[in-house]
Write a protein that binds this ligand. Structure first.
Ligand SMILES: *[C@@H]1O[C@H](CO)[C@@H](O)[C@H](O)[C@H]1NC(C)=O
Ligand SMILES: *[C@@H]1O[C@H](CO)[C@@H](O)[C@H](O)[C@H]1NC(C)=O
Length: 270
């Protein structure tokens, strides 16, 4: 009699909340699809790239970073997806543990980046240095530097004389390049009402002092601009960090709840 009652109870009552279970499933599924997209973009970028200057510049190929991030995300979200669907404790625990690891790693990088801001700045400077050196060898780097300089209204990393790092713009006496002592056009301040764009506006600028240079180009280096941009957009940076970590925290909490519900369910049946 007792046993029959128990069985009836087990059929209708469950410790597992279906809303949490299906939410975790769809949530993981969404990011699982997203991870496939990231891998696809990474592979596409890798195949597209004929030359390897970008890889040389950044030590690690950005396309490889995309592929690695995508593959890691694929396995983590796969565990969450199937774990929730099959109510599999091992997969859910793997999901929760990996997500916690990723979250803590990101947190550590953010905290270190904040406390070692000088070193972060130096590291960024090294990247920009490489981008300037390879400016003419790689269209992506050229577009990147042009974009940075236009958007942040800056020129070079410390200042416009950094363009001497590049073989073509190098200001050393005897440099046969026609662009000797010049800076790229993206350094130029727009002239209101200009009909014919003066693409040579940056020519000879490196020989000029700050005041002279101000007349034709952005005289401030991108390092100072970047620091000021971050300081004036702290709220945006915080929102971005939150947007990145919130889904992770939600995933960790929901999977933990689901794990304990499944464990309750198992012990109630035993
Ligand atoms: C540009 O920066 C370099 C290195 O920081 C410095 O030596 C040089 O005096 C600066 N030039 C101008 C014109 O500000
Ligand atoms: C410019 O070129 C000369 C000769 O190749 C080199 O010695 C110098 O270091 C270069 N300038 C910069 C800023 O790299």
């Amino acid at each position: 009699m007792d046993r029959k009652l128990n069985l009836n109870r087990a059929e209708t009552f469950s410790f597992i909340n279906p809303w949490i279970r299906y939410f975790l499933f769809f949530f993981s599924f969404l990011f699982w699809v997203f991870s496939l997209l990231i891998v696809a973009i990474g592979v596409y970028a890798k195949v597209q790239k004929a030359t390897d200057t970008v890889r040389d510049t950044f030590l690690i190929d950005p396309a490889v970073i995309l592929i690695v991030v995508g593959v890691v995300m694929f396995f983590i979200t796969f565990c969450g997806c199937i774990g929730a669907l099959r109510e599999n404790i091992h997969l859910l625990k793997t999901f929760s543990f990996s997500l916690t690891l990723v979250f803590l790693t990101q947190l550590a990088i953010a905290v270190l980046g904040f406390f070692y801001s000088d070193q972060t700045r130096d590291a960024l400077g090294k990247f920009v240095n490489k981008a300037i050196v390879h400016y003419r060898d790689d269209l992506d780097l050229q577009n990147l530097m042009d974009y940075i300089q236009r958007e942040f209204k800056c020129c070079g990393w410390n200042n416009y004389t950094d363009w001497s790092w590049n073989l073509y713009f190098n200001c050393t006496q005897g440099n046969p390049s026609s662009e000797r002592c010049a800076v790229p056009y993206s350094c130029c301040t727009p002239v209101p009402g200009e009909v014919v764009i003066n693409t040579k506006c940056g020519f000879g600028v490196q020989t000029q002092n700050y005041l002279e240079a101000t007349k034709s180009i952005y005289p401030v280096g991108c390092a100072d601009r970047a620091v000021r941009w971050i300081e004036s957009h702290l709220l945006l940076v915080g929102a971005l960090a939150l947007g990145l970590s919130l889904p992770q925290i939600a995933g960790i909490v929901l999977s933990q709840i689901l794990i304990s519900q499944i464990q309750d369910e198992i012990s109630s049946v035993l």
